[in-house]
Design a protein around this ligand. Structure first.
Ligand SMILES: [Zn+2]
Ligand SMILES: [Zn+2]
Length: 346
């Protein structure tokens, strides 16, 4: 089958011709229809996130049709439309038993620790496949399994509920989903903090209150807009100590800051005046859970979460086109997500 692989760290991905994977009894073989190109893939290619085994087929945002079903898999039939949960977990360790598979001791990320979806076929455990309703295009099924799923997990972890206000720091793929998901929760006012004019305009167009962090201190702006109260929940999606601190400081009484962005920087907080006085909480967010995906798929089916055609760009399963998309991701300025549409030969 055709695949596009990382063969050397720091080098362009290469076209490859590799065998169709052989499935085990608990696996399904999926004929890939769409695979999202993610910012993490650019990190893997550049060597920013460590890859242990090469060559590796990248791609962790996957949707397609079941092509073959392992003998122990009862919930799928050949031809079913599915999307894929990217974390393969053991199901037996202490974390998995507690339903916290993102901490599985032997957890493997598809497209990082094992071959991913930049290929005509992929094998995954049956437990990692989720039925994709007919009305959701494969492209959407693929890309929502990463940033949208994590945005939903962040809202869940922050115990976000109807009527609450929210500040979203960063309006890339995560923020774009988070705004729509917050709406699906019947939120109050939504503030989007950004420095990029195009993203601020797009947030405003989607009904959010755009906060230009370049114009003035975003914390002051949010405080002013909320008559000094602050917001109930803040999501930090950028990954900088500065914006993490701002996300905490813009909270009102009993506010929750969910930190999603990654950074190696440290941050200082005044426990008494900035946390204790207001009983605010700082919550770390890592990935998402398989149990959250049915609700996410339902939100996409009911069109509360949507990716209009102008937000999607399609490329072929072609190394040159994929490398160009990865190059563009490194300095992305809009919401356009690139999806590989895998043409089927059969
Ligand atoms: Zn991703
Ligand atoms: Zn486990």
């Amino acid at each position: 089958m055709r695949a596009v692989q990382l063969t050397e760290i720091g080098k362009a991905l290469a076209q490859a011709d590799i065998p169709i994977p052989e499935i085990g009894s608990s696996d399904v073989l999926i004929r890939v229809a769409a695979a999202g190109i993610c910012h993490s893939d650019a990190h893997y290619r550049a060597g920013i996130s460590k890859i242990e085994h090469l060559p590796l087929t990248l791609g962790h945002e996957i949707a397609g049709c079941v092509d073959e079903v392992g003998s122990d898999v009862t919930q799928f039939s050949v031809g079913d439309r599915v999307c894929v949960h990217y974390l393969v977990h053991c199901g037996n360790c202490e974390s998995c038993v507690r339903g916290l598979e993102q901490f599985c001791r032997s957890g493997q990320m598809i497209g990082k620790h094992r071959d991913g979806g930049y290929a005509e076929f992929i094998k995954v455990p049956g437990a990692n496949a989720f039925l994709l309703p007919e009305s959701i295009p494969f492209e959407v099924g693929a890309i929502m399994m990463c940033s949208s799923a994590t945005a939903l997990h962040a809202l869940n972890k922050a115990r976000f509920k109807a009527g609450e206000s929210i500040a979203i720091f960063g309006f890339g793929g995560l923020g774009f989903s988070a705004l729509q998901l917050a709406r699906a929760f019947d939120c109050g006012d939504v503030y989007v903090v950004e420095i990029n004019p195009a993203k601020l305009a797009s947030a405003a167009k989607m009904g959010a209150i755009a906060i230009d962090a370049k114009a003035a201190d975003p914390v002051e702006q949010i405080k002013e807009a909320t008559a000094g109260r602050g917001v109930d929940v803040a999501l930090e999606l950028i990954g900088s100590a500065k914006t993490m601190r701002q996300a905490i400081l813009c909270l009102g009484l009993l506010g929750r800051a969910a930190l999603v962005g990654l950074t190696a920087e440290s941050m200082s907080i005044h426990p008494y005046t900035e946390l204790i006085n207001k009983e605010v909480e700082i919550i770390g967010i890592s990935d998402h859970l398989a149990t959250e995906l049915p609700a996410l798929i339902e939100l996409a089916r009911s069109v509360k979460l949507r990716f209009p055609p102008e937000t999607l760009r399609v490329v072929d399963l072609d190394a040159a086109q994929i490398n160009a998309a990865l190059d563009a991701l490194q300095d992305s300025i809009d919401h356009v997500r690139t999806v590989i549409k895998v043409a089927s030969d059969a």
